[in-house]
Design a protein around this ligand. Structure first.
Ligand code: COA
Length: 260
């Protein structure tokens, strides 16, 4: 596997370990990191030596704290739709991959980070993990499939509440909601749990595992939902609230929204 700038890769016994490595920015997903993810998952799909993937974030504080706000602060309606569709396409590649993909969510798992974790087949959280879709604080909405996958995973009422309030929830609440499969006290224990599950799955018939992925995904065919999400995301960036929300974050102050 080639070297990447923002993602550490290590292959061991057929398992590819991926670590989003922008610790000083809470592993926020900038464009370059997203493109690296795309390249890596294209290889995961093609490379017969890779049987499974474990994806985590560098350090103890964050899995991924969202899309990189410094890059999304100046979108227009046209490139915002492209921004959302590109992320949706990459995350769909992960969700549809016939090899098991397990996310170990260590710390902040917010916005695009929560969306990335939800695109993986299984999620293991550390006890300090915090989940949320705080896009509403920036005058936007989740754009990488979050409006669809969160609703699928935890149901309409709770998904509405989380996305409308932008609130964060802890790992135990995420477990109770079915957002994560397991919670372990530390990152190393969470990694061990991921390895235990992966090793069990690797002992099963790979073709059958791929068919399970296809069938589970077929239970949700929300193509219109994703298009609505990309269009709505693009509409948000036309607003003054979006400019105010992103500027306020970057200027480290509270936003004042006007609803326009
Ligand atoms: N995009 C870009 N930079 C981000 C980021 C993001 N999504 N999340 C965190 N960072 C950066 C901060 O700007 C800061 O950079 P700086 O040191 O150059 O100022 C650094 O990561 C550390 O974050 P900081 O806010 O100082 O840490 P904290 O412990 O006080 O708070 C969070 C952590 C995750 C609660 C806070 O960073 C946050 O709310 N991030 C944004 C989450 C979000 O809205 N995600 C959705 C984006 S669409």
């Amino acid at each position: 596997m080639a070297d990447y700038l923002n993602i550490l890769t290590e292959e061991k016994n057929g398992v590819l370990y991926l670590t989003i490595n922008r610790e000083d920015k809470m592993n926020a997903l900038n464009h370059a990191t997203l493109e690296e993810l795309k390249g890596i998952f294209e290889e995961v799909i093609d490379n017969r030596g890779i049987k499974a993937v474990i994806l985590t974030g560098s350090g103890e504080k964050a899995f991924v704290a969202g899309a990189d706000i410094s890059e999304i602060a100046s979108l227009n309606e046209v490139n915002a739709r492209k921004f959302a569709e590109n992320g949706q396409e990459i995350f769909a590649m992960i969700e549809n991959c016939h090899k098991p993909i397990v996310a170990v969510t260590n710390g902040y798992t917010l916005g695009g980070g929560c969306e990335l974790a939800m695109a993986c087949h299984i999620r293991i959280a550390t006890a300090n993990a915090k989940f949320g879709q705080p896009e509403v604080n920036l005058g936007i909405i989740p754009g990488y499939g979050g409006t669809q996958r969160l609703t699928q995973l935890i149901g309409r009422g709770k998904a509405n509440e989380l996305m409308m309030t932008g609130d964060m929830i802890g790992a135990e609440d995420a477990l109770a909601l079915g957002l994560v499969n397991h919670v372990l006290p530390t990152k190393s224990e969470a990694m061990e749990k991921a390895e235990e599950i992966i090793s069990k799955i690797m002992g099963k018939a790979p073709l059958a595992i791929g068919m399970i992925v296809d069938c589970v995904n077929a239970a949700f065919l929300p193509e219109d939902g994703y298009q609505t999400e990309a269009n709505s995301f693009a509409r948000c960036v036309k607003s003054g609230d979006y400019k105010e929300g992103t500027s306020a974050f970057l200027e480290k102050r509270k936003p004042i929204f006007k609803g326009e």
